[in-house]
Design a protein around this ligand. Structure first.
Ligand code: FES
Length: 316
């Protein structure tokens, strides 16, 4: 856990502030790669994940951008209304579930609304390494688009495009057309609100495995975040042989923690990967939104996923 100083808060777009966080003594922060996020502890048990949006090569600061959500559960409101310059805030160590791929001939980055944040960091990293990339930023209007000047500065040779839909996605970027006919070793990365995520998923449904990367900042189907199964299941702890029943309606991570096996959590919605645990045998009903098919053969997220078969053996 880090305790960071709020050095600057800046208005970036309608409803969006950016927060620059630094070490209080001016030390370098832990190194990060593009796509990294941090958890902010906002008091009263409120923990929220935010992507870092500054150039990942910068060691002196982390910058996040936060959209004030009227319908949210209070995290963005707390940041906008109670966090001030010179405050200190507790922050988790950085974690990356949305990394750039190596060896792609081209990277296509598509951000919707506040989902631009991890893609902006990626654009910085790709521009520094001279890689072939395009960044497409979908927003309601220029006033709703954060970091316009900074992003435009990355747009040498037209690599950055802004798409404004006036609030009607039908008038926005044709994502299917944008992604059609790309080279087989192109990689696409996207992050944005639910409808945007669904459009990107549909447009990339036939892309080769491993070339499509996305990060949800909300569970795609809200009801799934609280689905904890309607039947009890069983897990076994490989180091001790202890068997634990996961009752219907309870999460695996709650039962593990009650049994003294400390598994870290953050989003408890299958979005962040903090609660990821390796399993050694058994079948899993994966309910997360971050693990790739490859990762799912080895890991599960204990906050939302469940055992499918008679017993699931966890590498704990
Ligand atoms: S706590 Fe975030 S994925 Fe489980």
């Amino acid at each position: 856990m880090l305790s960071l100083l709020v050095r600057q808060i800046r208005f970036e777009a309608i409803g969006v502030n950016s927060y620059e966080l630094v070490d209080p003594a001016g030390a370098d922060l832990p190194a990060v790669t593009a796509g990294t996020h941090i958890d902010l502890m906002l008091g009263d048990g409120i923990v929220r994940q935010y992507s870092l949006c500054n150039d990942p090569a910068e060691r002196h600061r982390y910058v996040i951008a936060v959209l004030l959500e009227g319908q949210g559960k209070g995290g963005s409101r707390r940041l906008h209304e109670t966090l001030h310059v010179q405050d200190q805030v507790s922050v988790s160590l950085p974690r990356n579930n949305f990394a750039l791929a190596n060896g792609a001939s081209q990277h296509v980055l598509i951000g919707g609304g506040i989902g631009i944040t991890p893609l902006k960091a990626m654009a910085h990293a790709l521009a520094s390494r001279g890689a072939e990339f395009e960044l497409h930023y979908c927003a309601k209007s220029p006033g709703h688009a954060s970091f316009r000047n900074e992003l435009a500065g990355l747009g040498v040779e037209g690599r950055v495009a802004f798409h404004y839909d006036g609030g009607d996605p039908a008038n926005g970027l044709d994502i299917a057309a944008l992604l059609r006919g790309r080279a087989a070793d192109s990689h696409v990365y996207y992050c944005g609100p639910r409808g945007f995520m669904a459009a990107c998923a549909a447009a990339t449904a036939d892309w080769p495995a491993g070339t499509v990367h996305c990060e949800h900042f909300k569970a795609p189907e809200p009801e799934r975040a609280v689905v904890q199964g309607t039947e009890a299941s069983m897990v076994q702890i490989s180091s001790t042989g202890l068997r634990l029943e996961i009752p219907a309606g309870r999460s695996m991570v709650d039962v593990l923690n009650d049994a003294g096996l400390e598994v870290e959590t953050s989003c408890v919605s299958g979005l962040c990967g903090s609660c990821k645990v390796r399993y050694l045998s058994g079948e899993v009903d994966h309910q997360d939104f971050i693990l790739s098919e490859d990762e799912r053969t080895e890991y599960l997220t204990t906050c939302v996923s469940r055992a499918k078969g008679p017993v699931l053996v966890l590498d704990l």
